[in-house]
Ligand binder design. Structure first.
Ligand code: SAM
Length: 297
């Protein structure tokens, strides 16, 4: 069974990158009146407490969202991200509640336009938490939760009836074959629904499969004749000295990337402004930086 629990990582630098991009994409796609379907293949628990045992033990939000809160002049995309996270917390109070991708997305969807959100989560505990968090939303038929494999479940939902859709593919990559599944899933999905927008998150780690993944995704997008955008954010190694007598902290994830197929045409310019700001605020030392590249059609 899976041991990954997103609660340990909620609000970290990888969530900052992923959710900043997700907000920009959903905002762009909901600017048109036609209904939008969003499919989140790996949804997690949906909402997280940053002061519970999980988040408190890892302290990852301290190196992510919490560092950004004091920013005097956020760029427009970072401002949208901060506003959305703050909207889940009481005004003027510290950020204690952090929205995962399902709640980030749902906050931007429209009842009137009949937008839909389909969520898949396999972990027994997190899928229960997700269901109860979604029930509290009282969003009616807008949100569907399934305790099922997102890679498989996605197939039956493409193309969406309105022919306007976004798919977020955000596995934990706990299993080595997740990398291959992501590539196969994108290839299959582009065959079923070539005009959809697809967003893949992945960890930048020294593992051949992780290193290869963006290259494979670029090849797939190019072969399908689709435009793509690839962005990474690296916060670098911590320069904190180990405290004598205490065990050295494990380095943890220091960088991640998002790969978007059929991205909004405004996204690159938005990220050109925002990624350097995120590196400035979140960067810690050796290895910090970002990549922003695009291609295709
Ligand atoms: N998308 C979430 C967010 O941004 O808030 C975080 C998701 S977390 C990185 C990945 C999740 O996928 C975990 O909760 C894990 O239990 C779940 N998972 C793993 N394999 C899955 C699969 N095949 N289908 C659906 N969920 C899966």
């Amino acid at each position: 069974m899976f041991s990954y629990r997103h609660g340990f990582h909620a609000g970290n630098h990888a969530d900052v990158l992923k959710h900043t991009v997700l907000i920009a994409v959903v905002k762009h796609l909901t600017a048109k009146p036609t209904a939008l379907a969003v499919i989140d293949t790996h949804a997690g628990a949906g909402l997280y407490r940053l002061d519970d045992d999980f988040a408190h033990t890892s302290g990852e939000a301290d190196e992510g969202i919490r560092k950004l809160l004091a920013l005097a002049e956020p760029t427009p995309l970072v401002q949208d991200y901060l506003d959305l996270v703050r909207s889940f917390n009481r005004e003027g109070k510290a950020v204690r509640v952090y929205p995962g991708s399902p709640f980030v997305t749902q906050a931007l969807l429209r009842q009137q336009a009949r937008d839909k959100l389909h969520l898949f989560e396999l972990h027994p505990t997190d899928s229960k938490s997700l269901e109860s968090h979604v029930e509290q939303l009282e969003a009616g038929r807008q949100v569907h939760v399934q305790r099922a494999d997102g890679f498989e479940g996605l197939k039956a939902l493409l193309p969406p009836p309105s022919r306007r859709g976004l798919v977020l593919i955000d596995p934990s990559y706990e299993l080595k074959n997740d990398y291959g599944k992501v590539a196969a899933c994108l290839q299959d999905s582009l065959r079923r629904f070539s005009t959809g927008t697809y967003m893949v998150w992945y960890p930048v780690i020294p593992r051949p499969e992780a290193h290869e993944l963006p290259r494979r995704l670029k090849t797939l997008a190019n072969q399908a004749g689709k435009s793509w955008l690839h962005a990474t954010l690296a916060i670098g190694q911590s320069e904190e000295k180990p405290v004598p007598g205490e065990p050295a902290k494990r380095p943890g994830l220091t960088a991640s990337g998002v790969f978007i197929v059929n991205p909004p045409h405004t996204l690159k310019a938005g990220l050109q402004l925002s990624l350097p700001q995120l590196v400035d605020v979140l960067g810690r030392g050796r290895g910090k930086g970002h990549v922003l590249e695009s291609g295709g059609r």
